[in-house]
Design a binder for this molecule. Structure first.
Ligand SMILES: NC(=O)c1ccc[n+]([C@@H]2O[C@H](COP(=O)([O-])OP(=O)(O)OC[C@H]3O[C@@H](n4cnc5c(N)ncnc54)[C@H](O)[C@@H]3O)[C@@H](O)[C@H]2O)c1
Length: 435
């Protein structure tokens, strides 16, 4: 019977008659919904945030890697954004892409729980449910599966269940959703077949793994690896300066080693929805299940969290050398997003730097062409252009994000003093210092 259900689902996927519901229309969910719509599936984007639903219905995108044109084309092909759970009825595939934040340092899975409740209501025999939200190993089997099974159907017998971590890197032009291999897993063999078939249509290459727990761990391994290595170069950058050694040149030279080394560069800290959060999901799970502290994660958290404060101390020293104090100094912050090429400012270290400087009485202004001027930044900052008059009027210009579109020549020419936390001014003549 299950083979029959699987055969029917694969047929509906193959002839594109399947109805695909993507729960959560954020950075991850919208990309998947648009791709599924481009492939000819009937797609519903289920989203609890009404502003997002309205924007999508009007053909507007709020996600870097999805254009308004793509949303409009999807709408023409039948894509429907909705906050009405009734629109989930008769789905064949449900992909859950809701947030997984930390609340007081503890994983908050309430969004997955509530998404699962809505999906369970419309679960029918022969359908597929996959989870994409980043979470600790065990979530799919121990939390999602029982929530879905409250509807009376059994995973592996009546419906198919899997986990596939999202790897999108917003703003990365070379590796997109399409050409980044996608790790896929299933609760059982048939579920894996269903998951592999569905994602195999969406992306160029899938990478099947043995269990949903393994796939959950893959994502946390990747992000913990990055978090730890960023912390390593951040700590080294602080010490190298004290040792009188140029960390940027050392990193560049180390990167010439063709094996056994990967380049990571220092900066004002880590931000976004991944590095400051995901490793702590893993550390929490390890401590809960195994009773051990995940020391690498704790250390990396500690080092990376201290970077904004270190940046502020360097700013204070630079101003001091000019016989100026932070209080009353006009400071222009360049780059408010958490990384280059994105408009995402969630958990951005730039915001932490801004908050410290404001608390010290500085006159702080911010520039970031990627973030809409009406964005509700915290702390709120006067937004200015990065032009000659702003550069000349600032006592100090601080580069916090190495966006491609910053006017580097003008910064060299007109900024009175520069503090570059990203090393992007290394090859240029400017007055100031690198991190
Ligand atoms: N942004 C990234 O680059 C990225 C990359 C890989 C993995 N992830 C992971 O993917 C998940 C989603 O991240 P995101 O960046 O897309 O988040 P996001 O906040 O941009 O989008 C999630 C959306 O889900 C909606 N939502 C919340 N609960 C809902 C519910 N019950 N039903 C319907 N909609 C609901 C929210 O309103 C929001 O619009 C997280 O677990 C994140 O860690 C994100």
């Amino acid at each position: 019977m299950t083979d029959e259900l699987l055969g029917d689902l694969l047929a509906r996927l193959s002839d594109r008659t399947a109805k695909v519901v993507v729960v959560g229309q954020g950075y991850v969910g919208l990309s998947i919904a648009i791709r599924a719509s481009e492939l000819g599936f009937r797609v519903v984007g289920y989203e609890t945030d009404l502003d997002r639903v309205h924007a999508l219905r009007e053909g507007r995108s709020f996600v870097d890697d999805v254009s308004g044109d793509q949303v409009r084309m999807a709408l023409e092909s039948g894509y429907w954004a909705t906050n009405d759970p009734l629109d989930l009825r008769a789905f064949d595939v449900a992909v859950i892409t809701v947030p997984t934040p930390l609340r007081d340092g503890v994983p908050d899975l309430s969004f997955i729980e509530s998404a699962a409740r809505d999906v369970a209501q419309w679960l029918q025999r022969g359908s597929l449910v996959t989870l994409e939200s980043t979470t600790y190993p065990g979530t799919t089997e121990e939390l999602l599966r029982p929530s879905l099974e409250t509807a009376g159907l059994k995973a592996g017998e009546d419906f198919f269940l899997g986990y596939s971590p999202e790897r999108i890197d917003p703003g990365n032009g070379a590796f997109t959703f399409l050409n980044t291999p996608k790790v896929v897993s299933g609760s059982d063999e048939r579920s894996l077949r269903a998951v592999e078939t569905f994602y195999g249509m969406l992306v160029e290459k899938t990478v099947p793994v043995g269990s949903t727990g393994e796939a959950e761990l893959v994502k946390l391994l990747e992000n913990t690896f990055r978090h730890v290595n960023v912390a390593l170069v951040n700590e080294l950058a602080v010490f190298a300066r004290d040792l009188g050694v140029d960390i940027w040149s050392a990193i560049e030279a180390a990167t010439t080693k063709p094996f056994g080394y990967l380049q990571f560069t220092p900066g004002p800290g880590v931000g976004g929805h991944c590095l400051p959060i995901d490793p702590s999901y893993l550390a929490w799970r390890v401590e809960r299940r195994v009773g051990h502290r995940f020391q690498f994660v704790e250390l990396a958290n500690d080092v990376n969290r201290r970077m904004p404060e270190y940046v502020v101390s360097r700013i204070a020293n630079l101003l001091n050398d000019e016989s100026k104090s932070v209080r009353g100094a006009r400071i222009l912050l360049l780059g408010l997003a958490y990384k280059p090429g994105t408009s995402d400012w969630r958990e951005s270290p730039s915001m932490v730097v801004a908050r410290h400087l404001l608390s010290l009485g500085a006159d702080v202004r911010g520039h970031d062409a990627h973030i809409p001027v009406d964005a509700d930044l915290a702390p709120p900052l006067p937004r200015v252009s990065c032009d000659r008059s702003e550069l000349e009027a600032a006592d100090l210009t601080v580069i916090l994000v190495d966006h491609d579109d910053l006017p580097y020549d003008e910064i060299c020419e007109h900024a009175a003093l520069v503090f570059d936390t990203k090393g992007c001014m290394r090859e240029r003549a400017f007055r100031g210092e690198l991190l």
